[in-house]
Ligand binder design. Sequence first.
Ligand code: DUC
Ligand code: ZN
Ligand code: ZN
Length: 493
Amino acid sequence: MTEEYDLVITNGIVVSATQVQECDIAIKNERIARILPRGQLQNAKTTRTIDAQGGYVTPGGVDAHVHLQEPPLFGKGSTADTYETGSRSAICGGTTTMVTFAPQKKSEDTLLETLATTHERAKNNCYNDYSFHLLVGNPSARALSEFKTLRDEGISSLKIYMTYEALQLHDGQILDVLLEARKQGITTMIHAENNHVINWMTTQLEKRKLFAPKYHGPSHPPVAEIEATYRAISLSEFMDTPILIVHVSTPQAAAHIKAAKDRGLPVFAETCPQYLFLTKRDLDQPGFEGAKCVCSPPPRSSESDCDAIWDGLADGTFTILSSDHCPFKYDDPEMGKKSSITEEHPVGRFKYIPNGCPGIETRLALTLGAGRLELTKFVEVTATNPAKLYGLYPRKGGLVEGVSDADLVIWYPEGKMEEFALKNEMLHHDVDYTPFEGRVMKQWPRYTLLRGKVVWDRENGGLLGEKGYGQFVKREESSLAKPLKEGEWEMPL
Ligand code: DUC
Ligand code: ZN
Ligand code: ZN
């Protein structure tokens, strides 16, 4: 008896992290059932067929760096998007899986309660599939003892900070985390910036009465990132445990990472669209406008910095490209960017501007449309590698017959989509701006499929997905990040 499918996608150019092929895809029971050379599924029995008309078909995006419904941690305000609005924005931009943060505050002792609270926030509210990284603000003895349970609960990564008063860990605490993470097969993500350098520069700038948003750039000089990156790599090497340096912005930090990788260390790195597309010019806009691009690390000096980051994606220095979607409303004097404006400081005070930009919906289209990455590299860094790095592969991020969820993006074929200038009103987040306003978009997802269901159809209704269809996905140990030596850490004596 011939098999019957739920959906067949014909005439696509199917792109994985390793191949670009003219193929058709059959979907059954939420999974990719078959991928066959073009035409071979022409007569298949199927409930529905989508003709990709020669457009690329890629695995759904996996965005492994997303902040939703977080309390004030990065300056004064709280993140704007809820799980509902952030995940909605994600699928309209082709991201079918996101990994958000479950933030433990310094005043809290346990991580399991943090995890439970975050589950509550996400449950029945998501349009896409999701998991969490624990954000460890207080590596107390109790919190460290909970790492094992986190693994049992399907959490195989955590994030720590070398900066921000609300979150910063000192080097001894970082070693405590790395040791326990190593034992439990957990990958540690590190925000690498030197807090002392940032505070010192901030004081110097304020003494000179330099308060405007553009001074956020000099207050976070490259050396703060470069020094902390090197320190994080050194601590990871000492402990022989894998780390992922998040949101890398400088060519010099990238060079430290590349050197570590070349020595075979399990050091991984992430960059984000803001370091590919924005520069200090975007921070230096009239009045308070530059606050829209305040994130940490900041956009760097020039296009040549961006070029170096593109090169790092192409040469494998960066394993993943995430959005670092950390949305704050602009025109919100309580919780948003404008909370830093007072009568005394009419252009705000850069040190109080909440750090972060929205970008979950624009990450894939901006990057693909730029045409600067090989197609396979695009898929690798935006879907396959984040899935592998964080223990989601091959269910997510891949195109494995009978195994991978049917999470797919169908893109526009050449000449089918009119280029357009991006406007915030086109997006589906709950934020009143995008740092990429006015950028010419050469691509956009035509369809997004999540577990076989069409959740975004740009020409026929747009958003079709439903809140609550998104599910929590338990994660395994990373298939990329492992210590060099198996067994217990050996203290060098
Ligand atoms: N780090 C992040 O990862 N996101 C937003 C703010 C920050 O500094
Ligand atoms: Zn960070
Ligand atoms: Zn972040």
